[in-house]
Ligand binder design. Structure first.
Ligand code: ADP
Ligand code: MG
Length: 691
């Protein structure tokens, strides 16, 4: 029987000795199939020669001509400058790094073919460090017949090596099948896998560079579909893995929930009610819940979390609530103490900053089972923290979604208790495409209703140069007995610099607005100081609160009706939306002023306009994705998680519904195909390492 390509080792290919093999292994490439699935990032057109007289800025081209002169120029940086001429014009090749041998080669009369991108330089259009080769004699030399693929690469692997590998692998493809794991009826278009791979490694002469660059070619769509499917399946597998253990049924009596609701100063909204019921139904089952709750800023997710927690506690289990930052965790700690201690429940606190005796005391509460609920940061899930009977984990993800974090929870499962249920809450809505991919393993509930009596916030975008106007506005608002926030932002995530910036603004505002009582709060203050300032603001003893982005979360002062955000262009849309959610909580008309430092980039302008034009977190989330891309929105850009070889979430959004259906079909009809499909696309990913 002929072996399939995924069974053939790369060492069969010429040029792959032990060293090269090791290098490719590091890159996740082991089989000949892997070589074929290492797809070009883009293509160059070296199929024709562009006359020098017809050069245009910013396009990769091949040119050919004779060297007129080559000299060393001593400008700001020494460079070798070579003038090249064909019948139509003259251009300059410039080399900042060059060898003596190179200088000797480039003598007048030498014929050269170059490839590169002309830029504007001192002497008109210039090529900086173009690829070039010498042509012997005057006979015409053939150009490339096909578009030239450019592969993603790593140090020590040349493009020419990748091309040689791909060429040989395509040769193997003639004799050996590449397994089709999908039947044609679930695929978009008619391309077979082999056809698609061949096309993309060796685009034919007439291939459209534009279509390929845009990723719109049917061969690309064929592969993108399969890649998205592989990701989807990997997440589903993860889900099945998690679910294999079983969980405790959290179906105890409802008294605590009732007491809690009775002490709340408001009734639940319809959406809160519905979502809480969905959660309660999941919790009552012996399959671990994996549920994502989405809801706009201020939709009341915390109450929903509390109701879930009470279901766990009344069933005799502990609940952990984890937030991604210290400040958010603190806020939750205060909310939960306020709500649950009156019910006679005990709340533990754990964070990275908590050390020594204090930490041991809290760990002990958790380990003995004395604490009903533990609130904290990641510290909750460190190895030395043992829960007596953990039944439910609630993760508040803010807008840094931790695709990877939810994986590590498995280790907190214990044999006798089982896997804890998981509830994940996002601070702001997730764009649909991301919800369907990065969160494909979770069931979703949406709180699509705000508590009554909120008035939409009017947002204004204002040049920093006109900030004087704001002083008047502030005076007027505060004269009416209302309050305001002034938010300082910095790009650096350093607490210290943020605090300094806020202190500077505070000092300045006190000078400009002598009639107002102005407070200051930032992340470097002691928790007690912070709490005092917040309490004073809440009691309306302060008119204006100058703050860093620490107030983004949890702060709730309905009498505040104006927010000014300095350097708003520095923040992401989701974060701005979250901040803005601190006003518009009362019945009076509220305003948010986004101050920007001119000049504003195009992208910056679009971001601020998006915020001005909408109050709907779901709309803003979609805009955020378009403007920043999935890596930034998911917070996974640096880690490379959720990155694709060929698929592009925005471009390929249309494929997602089909992918979801295909995944369901495959898991039912051909479950044995899931694993090889995942391996084909995700062999080099750490995200799914535990699959
Ligand atoms: P988020 O969804 O942004 O986390 P929170 O849970 O912080 O929102 O709730 C925002 C504010 O709305 C809080 O002050 C909370 O007490 C209040 N709230 C929550 N649910 C309701 C409700 N059903 N009716 C009125 N106010 C509510
Ligand atoms: Mg919240």
């Amino acid at each position: 029987m002929t072996q399939a390509l995924h069974q053939l080792d790369i060492s069969l290919l010429k040029g792959v000795g032990p060293k090269m093999r090791a290098k490719l292994h590091d890159y996740g490439i082991r089989s000949i199939q892997d070589v074929l699935f290492h797809l070009p990032l883009r293509y160059q057109d070296r199929t024709r020669i562009t006359p020098i007289g017809a050069l245009q800025l910013g396009q990769d081209v091949v040119i050919e001509g004779k060297v007129v002169a080559a000299d060393i120029a001593f400008g700001r940086r020494r460079s070798l400058v070579c003038r090249l001429q064909d019948g139509t014009g003259t251009t300059t090749l410039r080399f900042f790094h060059f060898s003596a041998a190179q200088k000797q080669q480039l003598v007048a009369g030498t014929r050269l073919r170059c490839f590169g991108e002309p830029r504007r330089g001192a002497a008109g259009l210039e090529f900086y460090h173009p690829e070039y080769k010498l042509l012997a004699g005057d006979d015409p030399v053939a150009v490339e017949e096909r578009l030239t693929p450019i592969y993603p690469s790593t140090e020590g692997l040349q493009q020419t090596s990748w091309r040689k590998l791909a060429d040989q692998a395509l040769g193997y493809l003639e004799q050996h099948p590449v397994a089709e794991w999908l039947p044609p009826q679930v695929l978009p278009g008619r391309w077979t896998l082999a056809e698609a791979l061949r096309y993309l490694h060796h685009p034919p002469t007439d291939a459209s560079l534009y279509q390929l660059q845009e990723g719109q070619h049917p061969s690309q769509q064929r592969l993108a579909f399969e890649e998205l499917l592989a990701h989807n399946l990997a997440l589903q597998q993860l889900r099945n893995e998690t679910r294999r253990f079983g969980a405790p049924a959290l179906d105890g009596p409802n008294d605590l929930n009732q007491q809690f609701l009775a002490q709340l100063p408001f009734p639940l909204t319809g959406a809160q009610q519905r979502v809480s019921e969905e959660i309660a139904a999941d919790l009552a089952s012996q399959t671990p819940m994996l549920r994502l709750v989405q809801g706009d800023v201020g939709s009341g997710k915390t109450v929903v979390a509390a109701l879930a927690a009470l279901r766990g506690i009344s069933s005799g289990f502990q609940v952990a609530i984890m937030a991604p930052t210290e400040i958010l965790a603190e806020q939750h700690y205060h909310s939960f103490c306020g709500w649950l201690e009156p019910l006679g429940l005990s709340v533990a606190w754990l964070s990275g900053k908590l050390k020594g005796k204090a930490r041991n005391a809290q760990s002990e509460l958790i380990a003995s089972g004395e604490a009903h609920i533990a609130v904290g940061t990641h510290a909750l899930f460190q190895n030395d923290v043992e829960f007596a009977r953990l039944g439910l984990v609630i993760i508040d993800e803010q807008h840094r979604f931790g695709v990877h974090q939810r994986l590590s929870l498995k280790q907190k499962a214990s044999i006798e208790v089982g896997q804890p249920h998981q509830l994940i809450m996002t601070a702001t809505p997730i764009p649909r495409t991301l919800a369907m991919t990065a969160y494909a393993d979770l069931d979703t509930s949406i709180i699509d209703e705000l508590p009554p009596g909120r008035t939409p916030v009017t947002t204004v975008v204002l040049d920093n140069a006109r900030r004087d106007q704001i002083a008047e506005r502030l005076n007027a608002v505060c004269a009416k007995g209302q309050q305001a926030y002034w938010v300082c932002t910095l790009i650096e995530e350093s607490d210290k610099l943020q605090a300094q910036a806020a202190e500077a603004s505070w000092a300045q505002l006190k000078e400009t607005l002598p009639n107002l009582n102005i407070g200051l709060v930032h992340g470097r203050m002691k928790p007690k100081e912070k709490a005092e300032v917040m309490a004073a603001f809440k009691a309306a003893e302060l008119d204006l609160l100058v703050a860093t982005t620490v107030i983004e979360v949890g702060v709730d002062v309905p009498n505040a009706s104006l927010m000014i955000i300095e350097n708003a262009e520095r923040l992401g849309l989701a974060q701005l939306h979250q901040l803005r959610g601190r006003v518009g909580r009362g019945s009076q008309q509220s305003f948010c002023v986004l101050l920007y430092q001119a000049p504003l980039s195009r992208n910056g302008r679009q971001r601020l306009s998006a915020l001005r034009d909408s109050n709907d977190g779901f709309v803003i989330a979609e805009q955020d994705l378009q403007l920043r891309g999935p890596g930034e929105v998911l917070g996974t850009r640096q880690t490379g998680l959720m990155s694709f070889r060929i698929a592009d979430l925005q471009r390929d959004e249309d494929l997602l519904d089909g992918v979801k259906d295909a995944a369901e079909w495959l898991l039912k009809q051909r479950p044995e195909h899931a694993k090889p499909l995942i391996e084909r696309w995700l062999s080099d990913r750490t995200l799914y390492a535990s699959v």
